[in-house]
Design a protein around this ligand. Structure first.
Ligand code: PLP
Length: 469
């Protein structure tokens, strides 16, 4: 039998499933943030791996006693940092099954279901999002990797010799000053370089200023640069502002520039008809990313990347050594040809489980509930003259601050997060320190929002004394 002891798995797995169910029902009994210093867990665990194998029961016991106290709980209803998310019941179930199958869909023949279910699940998401039918989808781990592929495809379109020779033109990429740092990393990774990533100023509502973009592109063309890609953010990280896509695709069309839409978080809101206006212009854009692991209740990791030009992506990346050669059947899609990764885990299963479990209407209902929770929080802030809302809040994320010093606001954020009762975020907007609350967990209630607000008010009354005010 050796260590592949399936009979030992049964009782351990049943215990683990009970533990998971209890955790998902009661995650609020934990602190949201870990109460520890950096290095504490490393110091507690053995520096050398075990010589002999250990029983599964011991591993589960140590998971509970050693690992759990060091966890940051993203599945906690009072987690309001970053973009709050949920590993939902159907998603957790699918992850267990996918781990058991251990299938690698590197090409069609290696595991047809991994490849075909990805096309089916992303086809549903494309339709629900109102994206045109010619958007071809595949799943990566993160939006950073999806955007990296967008820039690589843009480079291929603008500089087709670059695959062989490296860059042969002076390429330029454009995004707003609010775009996510993954665009910067993509520019580094594809060899375009940070000095050729132009940050276009945003307007009073943190949206890219299309006129300034047009002026900058014209100036760059005159100076001998080749404009290669515009990254439009639909839902920026700090304020969830939405760039004017229709105006951007218009400008791009004049110069044959690739347009990539980063909707990592707010793409989920496209399921709601009232947000469909954001995507106007997508029929003339080139690629799109949304992360179902952010606000569509699919467990980490899952980033849906779409492009209308899969052949350009293929030109950029396709390499087939003999050991990977397979059927020429056009329906046998080999996703390894459309990007950097060869291995492809069965992420599509959790997407399919989550979409079927909720249905489109179920997802819409939860998204609307989150938006309403955030809007109720925004109204609480607005109603208190000591505070101000710092940016429009079109979705489920609210930026605000106490009217006072940065030090006071910084202290409030630090105290809240130190308590372990809530976890909120912070950002800088137009030079001003800002608090930020993002709603996105299925278990979050109105009572959670009210308790958070009460805590903020309580701390704000103590803040001046602590900050020398
Ligand atoms: N784009 C936006 C707008 C984001 O907010 C984020 C992360 O929050 C990313 C990209 C990067 O996401 P990932 O962690 O999946 O790379």
């Amino acid at each position: 039998m050796g260590r592949h002891d399936v009979e030992a798995f049964r009782p351990a797995a049943l215990e683990a499933v009970e533990w998971i169910a209890d955790y998902l029902a009661n995650s609020r009994r934990y602190r949201v943030t870990a109460d520890m210093k950096p290095g504490d867990l490393i110091d507690r665990l053995p520096a050398q791996g075990p010589e002999e194998g250990e029983p599964l029961a011991q591993l589960l016991a140590d998971f509970e006693s050693q690992i759990m106290p060091a966890m940051g709980h993203w599945n906690h209803p009072r987690f309001f940092n970053y973009f709050s998310s949920t590993g939902s019941v159907p998603g957790v179930l699918a992850e267990m099954l996918a781990a058991a199958l251990n299938s690698n869909g590197l090409n069609w023949v290696a595991s047809p279901a991994v490849v075909e279910l990805e096309q089916v699940a992303l086809g549903w998401l494309r339709q629900w999002s109102g994206l045109p039918d010619d958007y071809f989808g595949q799943i990566f781990d993160t939006a950073s990797i999806s955007t990296l592929h967008a820039l690589a495809a843009a480079r291929e379109m603008a500089d087709p010799d670059s695959r062989r020779l490296g860059l042969t033109k002076r390429l330029r990429v454009y995004c707003s000053d609010q775009a996510h740092s993954s665009v910067d990393k993509a520019a580094i990774a594809v060899g375009i370089g940070l000095d050729n990533l132009v940050k276009i100023p945003s307007d009073g509502e943190f949206r890219m200023d299309a006129e300034k973009l047009a002026e900058r592109i014209a100036a760059d063309v005159t100076a001998g640069y080749t404009p290669c890609c515009i990254v439009a953010s639909l839902g920026t990280t700090s304020t969830t502002s939405v760039d004017p896509l229709s105006a951007l695709v218009e400008i791009a069309a004049e110069h044959n520039i690739w347009v990539h839409i980063d909707a990592a978080y707010a793409g989920a809101a496209l399921l709601l008809p009232e947000f469909q206006h954001m995507i106007r212009g997508a029929e003339r854009a080139h690629s799109y990313v949304v992360n179902p692991h952010k606000w569509l209740f699919v467990p980490l990791d899952c980033s849906a990347f779409y492009t209308r030009f899969p052949e350009i992506l293929r030109r950029a990346f396709s390499i087939t050594p003999e050991y990977l050669r397979t059927s020429e059947d056009p329906r046998a899609v080999n996703l390894m040809d459309y990007g950097v990764p060869l291995g492809r885990r069965f992420r599509a299963l959790k997407v399919w489980f989550v979409f079927r479990y909720f249905g489109r209407q179920g997802l819409i209902a939860e998204l609307r509930r989150h938006i309403e929770l955030a809007q109720s929080f925004r109204r609480m802030v607005e109603a208190d003259g000591r505070f101000e809302v710092a940016a429009p809040a079109p979705f489920s994320t609210v930026c605000f601050r106490k009217r006072g010093s940065a030090a006071e606001n910084r202290w409030i954020a630090a105290e809240i997060n130190r308590s372990g009762d809530f976890f909120i975020s912070q950002t800088i907007l137009r030079g001003e320190f800002t608090l930020r609350v993002a709603v996105g967990n299925l278990a979050t209630t109105q009572e959670d929002m009210e308790s958070l607000w009460e805590r903020i008010i309580g701390l704000s009354e103590q803040a001046p004394a602590h900050c020398g005010g």
